[in-house]
Design a protein around this ligand. Sequence first.
Ligand SMILES: [Zn+2]
Length: 154
Amino acid sequence: MNSPLRGDQYFLGLAIEQAQIGWEEGGVPIGAALVHDGEVLAVGRNRRVQMNSAIRHGETDCIERAGRLPASVYRKSVLYTTLSPCFMCAGTALLYEIPRIVVGENRSFERSERLLADHGVQVDVVDNAECVQLMERMLAERPSLWFEDIGEDA
Ligand SMILES: [Zn+2]
């Protein structure tokens, strides 16, 4: 449902909620939400640990959980993510031509924003304090898990 009360803050809040669930599950605290025309199609969270997966990042998990969608739906959707996307997640967004990505923060990680911008994707970084805290705690308490997540050896 479309609602004027539901703006970026609300949808990013859903992604943050997912990130917190992921942390409590012992995973990487990154969450995402896919929104079309004010309607939430899916939420997701990094579940590499939980599912023993190499590709379940917050964004890819979210897009996977949304299921198969018509191209026209992706092209009018917004992807919310607590952390700036890696190349894999950016690539997924580019494949489906998702036109806008709202990023909670990019202080702890930023790889793909130029790539996305070069392909016409609008990337809005809101620098949300909760998102920053989630990653600070991750880097302090589970650093090796984080480096594994971005394809680096700790
Ligand atoms: Zn990713």
